[in-house]
Ligand binder design. Sequence first.
Ligand code: AMP
Length: 594
Amino acid sequence: MFTSCFSTVVPKVEVIPKTVTQMEGSNVNAVCRASGSPAPEILWNREMLSTNSEIEPFETEINLTLSGLSPDDNGRVIVCSAENMVGQSEATLQLNILFAPTIQQLLAPERDHHWCIPFTVTANPKPELQWYHENVPLQEHDYIHTMIHVSTENEDHGCLQLVNPTHIHNGEYKLVAKNKYGKDEKAVSAQFIDPPNIIRRAHALIFSTRIFPIFLLLILILHPPPPPHCVSPGTSSVISNDDDSASPLHHVSNGNNTPSSSEMGPDAVIIGMTKIPVIENPQYFRNSGIVIGLLLHPVVQHIKRHNIVLKRELGEGAFGKVFLAECYNLTPDQEKLHVAVKTLKEASESSRADFYREAELLTNLQHEHIVTFYGVCVESDPLIMVFEYMKHGDLNKFLRSHGPDAVLMADGQHSILVELTQSQMLHIAQQIAAGMVYLASQHFVHRDLATRNCLVGENLLVKIGDFGMSRDVYSTDYYRVGGHTMLPIRWMPPESIMYRRFTTESDVWSLGVVLWEIFTYGKQPWYQLSNNEVIECITQGRVLQRPRPCPKEVYDLMLGCWQREPYMRLNIKEIHSMLQSLAKASPVYLDILG
Ligand code: AMP
């Protein structure tokens, strides 16, 4: 029998020093020493380095010289590996590069949930931040404070957040960032509300959330809206007399169905024949409890409890359980109809408010690719919302159960399990895009578009079906920040992660991720990464890879949705028509479910 004439030893490797802490610009030497038999090949992996580097190989070690340390390499781990025929081992050098702060950007304020002055600062160690308003140091408090949304080794992204600022908050905001190696400052001018004059002051007063509903009520009492036929084309009344008319509170469209948040300008409502700008984001405007209480409740249809007969549980969402039920006397032409009912599990004040908000929102959103909302039942607890029943449940589950794994596992036992074809995927995608075109035309920013929030009915009919958050069932799709906020970071663009900026353009990014979900049969985006790694990747500009069965044209669409700059992203209407033509080019065989 053959025996080896020399003994083999797995490599051992050591890096000296293991960590360096140095100022930016300085030079560093490290050595990687290895032993083993046969003598291992030693390698420093310098691929990702921004700093200039040189190596000097010797028999059992390699010297590494880094010259002019770059702050971009702060936190970087440089791997040295040694390999021979029996194995491989690794050791690392960690760089801790000290540098003075640089304010990479300080942008003009943007209105989202609150006002936000976005900034990005790089420094090591972390800088102290001080704001100045008109050169006076700003005392931060609950209503004006710095929020750091994303903090990486080198960078902090965040906002100076201002809750309901008024004209006294207008002016120059300067940010000074300081650490022991230096400081940087940048200023930006902020105009939250126009300087007061009589009319503007009246507006500011009227639109303060407490007074606005009373003002609306007064107008409605003094000037009841004209009947629907009197409303001139392109305008609409605040309260409509007929039940099935569109939204009771319309937002004036700019004529372009896919408004860009940046070009939209102030939103507006029509009261009688008067166009009045709305200060708040439409969705939060609706959120103001009193407005809803006075104006919106009447249009939400109320369904009697005795007309709802529960059949079986369908799932569980953020609000509570979802059941299949029979609903009697819902429409004049059908005595009974299958419906899905959502129950509200805990009836705290805030969850009731959320419940009403979603009900009102849904009443106002009517489109063939938005799930039909029939009404509420609030006679007693639990509160109930009634929706059209979508036979095949949520799209994520549907995709997974029609992917190669499910088909493989079914192994012929469930003959109805069929793998989705490319044209069926396009058909699904095209319908979601149609729903999104509609939402954008209503100036509605979804903020949580994902396949888990879409529903599948018969004949591969797909609708956007959830405006709350499916955070209980799909909790791993969300990242908890602070106490309560759960963010779907894997579906969010850099600006939403960094500055909580949600717009029609950020919905477009999410639509790109939805396309990716469809073409991976419902995989979780970045499934191989932890939440922190996902944040790092997205903010650094990495995008998801092309799924295997995805045609180039569709991946190009995804890339068009994932442009870093929101204004560079494809417009939702363009996406829809491209998907439509792609779907038309490969006609769908719909009868996938037998
Ligand atoms: P949600 O509260 O919307 O997150 O719903 C939780 C789960 O209930 C979903 O994942 C679906 O599986 C199911 N579901 C919700 N709405 C409907 C519906 N209209 N038709 C059928 N199933 C539904």
